[in-house]
Design a protein around this ligand. Structure first.
Ligand code: ATP
Ligand code: MG
Length: 570
């Protein structure tokens, strides 16, 4: 390709709305252009990168016996009603009607369709296991589309689905996919971790997210510095923490005028925050109704709303406001506690149950209980579980090592779905005894555009993008510094021709721009190798070869340039 023919314009300024570096650089380098909020065009260079990632995915999927297919994006409402997700997906689902008023959605994911496709084709266990995937646009009306390709409303996703005869077979496929994903993200040159994750609205029993480490990441994660333990904060657990729990005390009501926060009460009563039993009230939203629930954690802990939401089996959880709390408990926020609380389900964090001499609100304005022993004093109907966040004072649950806390961007996820969709959509097979069984499913997604953006987040400098070779739009750019010098142009043209004959992905900057502009554009776009042809080439028949990633500069005899490039690209 010649830069003079390339459909590409670079920009000097960052777009005002770019909050992260990948968004700014992908726009400035002319890889993508915004059409409307969260909807982008991939221009030729960007599309090349996207296809390179797609092809790496294809190679790894195909070598794991997955088969590629292509399903419709427009999907009928009925299928989504059958799975129960027409309601659950809420406003994220883009819905539309045809001329006959029939309702459809634009697919955010394909479990419903693939399960229907497969159920009509398979008969017996001999047709299983089956692993199918596609690479296609998905549609999600995100509340806040942002960060360019990281959270958009139309985005390219590889989505795969496995169909197995039982859990054991699924575990095998899941492991294979986990390994394939590890290879894919390694080949894309990413620094990532596979973390244990919440399986969320999609349901299922087990899940890992592949997180690219980035300060701008939307998710918080923790991992052990000594072993392979890594988890999304939503799911993270820790080794047992040693607390002083106090000796058995007598339950007593004490006056705590105007002392509401944990710190205020703790100071006033001279009781450590970890012995203060913090009570919060949430409004839990279900499919057809909503109700208030309360949760109790130690005063030094934060509630983990995902763990709580899963325990409550709610679609959503929101902190209740003062008015709602007053109405339900007759007590203002600040003096809440579980002792004597009726008509509200009480979720008690497991760490709370060890306390012997703690304090909590007395369900009465300006009063707290001291001498609280939850095992003795809390309602017997309390639902005990892990509802708190791991923090920096905790240790690894596996090896007791030090935990690190980082942010990450999720680029892929693998789920064990079990029979959730096969039962709802009735996808069955005959087992080896001739008995009908529902298939056991898994699903496996990769955000292709998000992977591209995540790579830019990790590989850039003040001059622009630094593409890893595996996904660079072109590998080499040849820059003749002066187009008015016929000898320089001839050498550049000859080199370009010889590279093309050897199938090297090369681009020749044959524009009339100044050398400085050509260098700046090449660095902004992020080609891995730059070959400069200048007056030195005429003098001593050498070229200047620059490696974008390391800044290394080599003076190579002209006749050795091709060999050197091949060596670097190997
Ligand atoms: P998130 O939690 O970030 O909203 P998700 O868990 O809903 O993502 P999945 O349903 O697991 O996403 O989709 C598979 C992959 O698709 C994700 O790992 C991510 O890489 C990508 N993806 C999801 N939503 C978007 C989006 N709005 N824009 C770009 N890529 C996305
Ligand atoms: Mg996900």
């Amino acid at each position: 390709m010649r830069v003079s023919k390339l459909f590409n314009k670079t920009l000097k300024e960052d777009p005002a709305e770019a909050e992260v570096v990948s968004h700014a650089l992908l726009i400035r380098s002319g890889m993508i252009r915004k059409l409307s909020s969260g909807v982008f065009t991939y221009l030729p260079l960007g599309w090349r990168v996207l296809n390179k990632i797609s092809n790496i995915i294809r190679e790894e999927m195909n070598s794991s016996d997955c088969q590629e297919l292509m399903m419709p994006i427009i999907q009928p409402k009925e299928l989504w009603e059958q799975s129960g997700r027409w309601f659950v997906y809420g406003k994220e689902l883009i819905r539309l009607k045809d001329r006959h008023d029939r309702e459809y959605c634009l697919s955010p994911t394909h479990e419903e369709v693939i399960t229907t496709v497969v159920k009509n084709e398979i008969r017996s266990y001999k047709d299983l296991p089956l692993n199918l995937y596609q690479i296609q646009n998905k549609y999600r009306d995100e509340v806040r589309p942002r960060f360019g390709l990281i959270r958009s409303r139309e985005f390219l996703m590889k989505d795969g689905y496995s169909f197995n005869r039982d859990e054991e077979s699924l575990s095998h496929t899941y492991q294979e996919m986990y390994e394939a994903y590890t290879k894919i993200f390694t080949r894309c040159g990413l620094n990532f971790r596979a973390v244990e994750a919440d399986s969320g609205a999609i349901g299922g029993s087990s899940s890992h997210e592949f997180m690219v480490l980035a300060d701008t990441g939307e998710a918080a994660l923790t991992y052990c510095e000594s072993c392979d333990y890594a988890a999304n904060m939503e799911m993270a657990v820790h080794g047992k923490r040693n607390y002083e729990n106090g000796n058995n005390g007598k339950l007593e009501e004490v006056h705590t005028p105007n002392k509401k926060s944990i710190d205020e009460v703790s100071e006033f009563l001279n009781i450590k925050p970890e012995l203060m039993l913090k009570t919060l009230v949430y409004k839990a939203i279900f499919k057809d109704d909503e109700k208030l629930i309360c949760v109790v954690v130690r005063g030094n802990r934060e509630v983990n709303e995902i763990k709580l939401k899963n325990a409550v089996s709610a679609i959503d959880l929101n902190l209740a406001d003062n008015e709602e709390v007053l109405k339900a408990t007759n007590t203002p926020i600040g003096f809440l506690g579980p002792i004597g609380l009726i008509d509200v389900d009480i979720y008690v964090d497991e760490e709370v149950m060890e306390v012997k001499n703690g304090a909590t609100g007395a369900l009465k304005e300006d009063y707290h209980f001291i001498g609280v022993n939850p095992k003795r004093d809390f309602p017997k109907s309390s639902i005990v579980g892990d509802y708190h966040n791991v923090d920096e004072y905790d240790h690894c649950p596996k090896c007791d090592g030090k935990l690190s806390f980082k942010r990450g961007t999720e680029v892929g996820q693998v789920f064990k779905l079990g029979k959730k969709y096969s039962e709802k959509l009735d996808c069955k097979f005959l087992d080896d005894k001739g008995v009908e069984q529902h298939v056991t499913m898994g699903c496996y997604g990769i955000g292709v555009g998000r992977t591209m953006a995540a790579s830019v987040e990790q590989n850039n400098d003040d001059r622009g993008i630094i593409w890893p070779i595996a996904i660079a739009p072109y590998h080499v750019i040849i820059i003749p510094v002066n187009m008015k010098n016929g000898d320089i142009v001839n050498i550049a043209e000859d080199l370009y021709k010889s590279f093309k004959e050897e199938n090297i992905e090369v681009i020749l900057d044959d524009t009339e721009e100044r050398a400085g502009v050509k260098f700046a554009n090449a660095d902004l776009i992020g080609y891995p190798i730059k070959i400069v042809i200048g007056s030195k080439t005429l003098e001593d028949k050498t070229v200047d070869l620059k490696i974008r990633a390391t800044g290394e500069e080599l003076i190579v005899p002209l006749y050795e340039a091709l060999g050197k490039i091949k060596e670097i690209l190997l």
